[in-house]
Design a protein around this ligand. Structure first.
Ligand code: NOJ
Ligand code: CA
Length: 708
């Protein structure tokens, strides 16, 4: 319960023009210091024990057409403190109970001359800080435009940073590990993609969640929570190379937020710990979002799915149906007169093959991409009317296929690629969702490839943030789950709208041939801080030339690495991404993918070092089964831990999927061993893992009637 405790842990120091207010975390380890410095400039600083985490850093805004802005000349009008401690249950998640415990301080700042008020609300948890700006209803501040948010994160030294380039349109990058001072020099090299929608910010801007490590052993993570009706934040390093400053994504006219009082900014988050594992275990991002707004959530289900997808992404198959027409006009082009080119994969016969495969192996759903007309001419032509989302190609029988799937207890997953023509999508959305309901779809994968159309907007601007949120909320009304690709990176909104069951917003498995080693050991510290990722794991044929003679690329992975990802890359939506026939070649390894859960009662972070290794154990929701996954980066690793997370007094059959003696992520990717052993919570485990590889363990309780 919220409990206002005025000044119980508040120290007020008044010294000339300097006022400092301290707030402690519930366990007393973290201390936030808010200061109103000379000229009425608001600043904050954060420390953990005797270590400084954030040095005095400015807070405020520069506004458009405003001589004073929200930068200085403030007085403290009021300070209120309170404590909060509530445990809540997510609809799905890494654990069934999440504790939300913090001490709060709300500082009202007054600019007397302008008769304006701005409030800064700080929430100090045991594992970090969240703060946001609030603009109460007031006579002399109604609507205003942000030129730039001026929040600073002043670092104590030249930390190691794990970063991707700041970009207004994409996060699909490999990560660079460097000193902060090296970011500028490495920026050109770090822009390593040819994404058709990209707007790199400059030589010193990076994206969040930004992972940092200090020389004296602190792990720090900077991100944001509850990004709603506001532009996405990047971080720009100042010339001294010690301070990051917020850099918001502009809209089409260059504004960085058109705001209204009353209103709030997203939360700025600083997660901090003495071990890398602390960052993974933090629930700050979720806790700073509002509780679930969907009353009946019974239709939201964690899902394991296969798809007519890898055939096009890697295998050379087509989303489109014909080569007859140089351009397509939706509603006018007559596809019944078109000659099929024969490479269209979303045809009924092929889709049935996947439905049969899903049914046989106990998977919930089949994603089908390329089912709807328009793919011959859909992106990069500044074309707004590219899809209608309701007209299937002539060889895709929507009614028959859904009935066939449902008869086998399988669902089809809808695909809405928008080609970033977001206005066209909004125009068709009700009809598209009604169409889904008519045929029994309850999940949609959306996509925003290419520049935003109408042109001018960036993927991460305030209007686009509002569009992505509009899709999620509209879908919730239709009881539809959403998996958004190329949308703005998540910020914990899935707590409020748990029908947002997935996002991409990072470079996924589809580009595992083009990432530095260890990509999957850094993503949990960066992209996944905001929410689950549709990473599309489970590729067994890692040499792409074997499925497509035109792709001379090998994924930087092994089969056991791909198995481990089902545990280490948390998501309630997990794809089983490879061809059915590739799984049929390795039935014993495939067993792990069939067994592994997608929803959890508990998660234990056993070992972690960003970009190097990661071992996580998770307990399946509502059962006694546990699954462990471990992955490595550019170095080999010896994983060593005790099974002390298991229930005492119980015996478990452990099946370990691990490297063979000659496994090699470049030349022997499919070599693995499987061993079984009986373990208890006293048993110890040791496993050597080669570069770019991994291991996975399933643990089933041994009872008298059940042995697995
Ligand atoms: C990019 C998405 O990430 C990918 O999964 C999808 O297949 C294509 N766009 C086509 O929509
Ligand atoms: Ca993508």
């Amino acid at each position: 319960m919220k409990n206002i405790v005025f000044f119980s842990f508040l120290v007020l120091v008044a010294f000339q023009q300097l006022f400092a207010y301290n707030l402690k975390s519930p366990n007393g380890n973290l201390i936030l210091k808010f200061t109103l410095a000379g000229n009425g400039i608001p600043t904050y600083a954060l420390s953990l024990g005797d270590k400084q985490v954030i040095e005095n850093s400015r807070l405020g805004f520069e506004l458009v057409n405003d001589d004073k802005s929200f930068l200085d000349d403030f007085e403290v009008g009021d300070i209120q403190t309170s404590s909060f401690d509530v445990t809540w249950q997510p609809v799905w998640g890494e654990e069934k109970d999440i504790r939300n415990q913090y001490n709060e301080m709300a500082v009202t700042l007054v600019q007397k001359e302008k008769n304006r008020r701005m409030l800064i609300r700080f929430r100090l948890f045991n594992d970090g800080l969240g703060f946001r700006y609030e603009f109460p209803m007031q006579k002399d501040l109604r609507h205003f435009i942000v030129k730039e948010e001026c929040t600073q994160f002043a670092m104590t030294g030249d930390h190691t940073a794990y970063w991707i380039p700041g970009d207004y349109c994409t996060q699909e990058y490999g990560y660079t590990k460097s000193k902060m001072s090296e970011i500028r020099g490495l920026m050109n090299k770090a822009v390593d993609h040819q994404n058709i929608a990209s707007k790199v910010i400059g030589e010193a801007a990076v994206q969040t969640a930004l992972m940092l490590k200090t020389d004296d052993g602190l792990y720090i993570n900077l991100h944001e929570a509850a990004l709603l009706d506001y532009p996405c934040m990047h971080l720009e390093l100042d010339s001294e190379n010690r301070t990051f400053q917020s850099h918001l994504t502009p809209d089409a006219v260059g504004f960085k937020g058109t705001l209204q009082a009353p209103g709030v900014s997203p939360w700025r988050t600083i997660i901090v710990g003495t071990e890398a594992k602390d960052i993974l275990a933090s629930r700050i991002t979720l806790n700073l979002n509002e509780p679930c707004k969907i009353q009946d959530t019974s239709w939201i289900r964690p899902t394991k799915f296969v798809g007519v997808w890898w055939e096009m992404i890697a295998g050379g198959g087509s989303w489109d149906y014909t080569s007859d027409y140089p351009t397509i006009k939706i509603g006018e082009t007559d596809y019944t007169k078109a000659k099929p080119h024969g490479n269209h994969r979303a045809n009924s016969q092929n889709v049935k093959r996947y439905i049969d495969f899903a049914a046989k192996n106990g998977f919930d759903a089949v994603l089908v991409e390329g089912w709807n007309i328009g793919w011959e001419d859909w992106v990069s032509n500044r074309k707004e009317f590219n899809f209608d989302y309701v007209t299937p190609y002539p060889d895709f029988d929507v009614k028959e296929l859904n009935e066939y799937a449902h008869s086998k207890n399988v669902k089809l997953i809808m695909h809405h690629e928008t080609g970033s023509a977001y206005r066209n999508y909004e125009r068709h959305m009700d009809e598209a969702f009604q169409f889904m309901k008519q045929y029994g779809y309850d999940a949609v994968k959306t996509g925003y490839v290419g520049p935003i159309v109408p042109l001018g907007e960036y993927h991460y601007s305030q209007p686009m943030v509002n569009h992505f949120q509009y899709v999620v909320e509209k879908a919730a009304k239709y009881r539809i789950m959403v998996d958004g690709h190329e949308a703005v990176r998540p910020t914990g909104i899935c707590r409020t709208y748990p029908n947002l069951i997935g996002n991409e917003s990072a470079r996924g498995n589809e580009f595992m041939s083009r990432v530095p080693l260890g990509h999957t050991t850094i993503l949990p510290f960066t992209r996944l801080i905001g929410g689950p990722m549709d990473f599309t794991p489970g590729i067994f044929e890692l040499d792409l030339s074997k499925i497509n003679p035109n792709r001379h690329e090998k994924m930087k992975a092994t089969i056991t690495n791909q198995l481990a990802l089902y545990v280490t890359m948390y998501s309630p939506l997990q794809m089983v991404a490879d061809y059915p026939e590739n799984y049929e070649r390795f039935p014993d390894a495939f067993q792990f993918i069939k067994d592994v859960a997608v929803d959890w009662d508990k998660s234990v972070y056993l070992e972690a070092e960003p970009y190097e290794y990661l071992t996580i154990a998770r307990k399946e929701k509502g059962s006694g089964n546990w699954f462990v996954g471990g992955t490595t980066g550019a170095q080999p690793h010896i994983a060593a831990f005790q099974f002390d997370f298991l229930d005492p007094g119980k015996k478990y059959m452990a099946t370990v999927y691990a490297d063979a003696a000659d496994t090699d992520y470049e030349n022997n990717q499919q070599a693995y061993t499987i061993r079984k052993m009986v373990v208890t919570n006293k048993s110890k485990f040791k496993q050597s893992v080669s570069i770019g590889s991994g291991f996975a363990i399933s643990l089933f309780e041994i009872t008298d009637n059940k042995k697995k």
